[in-house]
Design a protein. Structure first.
Length: 301
């Protein structure tokens, strides 16, 4: 849908901006044998991995899938199990597709930029055909190549070789970046085509279904907000003796020290019976205790 496309575009733009700032302020190749590869791959892969995890964590479908449980009233059959497996696989693919937007954008932009790739693989470039330092050992050659990302460390006689090596590595990095973009675009397009071919719904029916699910979720969220507010208001009224927002409050209730202690502290869901839970300490107090105690009358003035 349009909302998904817009959200993915915003994520991609933010990732590109973050990558440019990240490179400008933090990236500085060590130009040392054995460290370049680790440093370059860390800047290339670790942020992408973090963005992938964040993409999974920020998707509501991830937690719906993790926290979803089979109904006790549902009969387990082979057809139900097969259908559930298909649904889980479909949802996982959908979640993964959304989560991959930011890391793929990061990898593509960094490869097109080329700085991380140049730093990571500079010491492994074969330079025999450049005629550079033919009389040095292999370890010394690697040490010299490792300094190529840092122009100020390269001897003057190797400046031309250094420029040619940097151009070669930048070419390789940019080609890899564009290939990654092409593979992702083709994969996404083919996935949508296959999903549409195997869908039991027609195009208009699918649009209606998408609209229905979107509206149902919005209405459910609104009802959840209002229902929980009204339900919590009853417990707050029992504790304080009035409803928040009331204009004509005649009296208020003065909670006792024991009652303050009863609703203070840490609390989580408390199971009352097979079907119900207490959501908080105040909820637990309101269901168990009677609203007796001291009341204070409020003057009309």
């Amino acid at each position: 849908g349009k909302e998904v496309v817009i959200a993915n575009a915003i994520i991609a733009i933010l990732t590109i901006g973050g990558q440019q700032l990240f490179s400008f302020f933090t990236f500085s190749c060590p130009c040392h044998v054995g460290q370049n590869l680790i440093y370059g791959l860390a800047f290339l892969g670790v942020p992408a991995l973090i963005l992938l995890i964040v993409g999974y964590a920020l998707n509501n479908q991830t937690w719906r899938l993790v926290m979803g449980k089979r109904s006790h009233f549902e009969k387990v059959t082979s057809s139900n199990r097969l259908l559930k497996c298909k649904l889980v696989c479909f949802v996982l693919c959908s979640i993964t597709g959304r989560a991959l937007v930011a890391p793929v954008t990061w990898l593509a932009v960094t490869l097109i930029n080329g700085s991380y790739y140049i730093c990571a693989v500079s010491e492994y470039v074969p330079v025999y055909y450049y005629g550079a330092a033919p009389n040095v050992t292999a370890s010394e050659r690697r040490r010299i190549l490792a300094t190529f990302p840092c122009s100020q460390l390269v001897p003057p006689e190797l400046t031309r070789v250094r420029d040619e090596v940097i151009l070669l590595l930048r070419y390789q990095s940019q080609v890899a970046g564009w290939l990654l973009i092409a593979v992702v675009v083709i994969t996404v397009f083919l996935s949508y085509c296959l999903a549409s071919c195997f869908s039991p719904l027609s195009f208009l029916h699918f649009r209606y279904w998408s609209s229905y699910v979107h509206n149902e979720q919005e209405l459910f969220d609104e009802a959840t907000e209002q229902h929980s507010r009204l339900y919590a208001m009853q417990h707050v009224k029992k504790f304080f003796g009035f409803v928040p927002g009331s204009e004509n409050v005649k009296e208020i209730r003065i909670p006792s020290l024991r009652e303050w202690q009863a609703i203070s502290g840490l609390a989580f869901l408390k199971r009352v019976d097979e079907e119900h839970y207490d959501y908080s300490l105040l909820h637990d107090w309101a269901l168990k205790e009677r609203a007796n105690g001291k009341y204070l009358r409020i003057d009309e003035d």
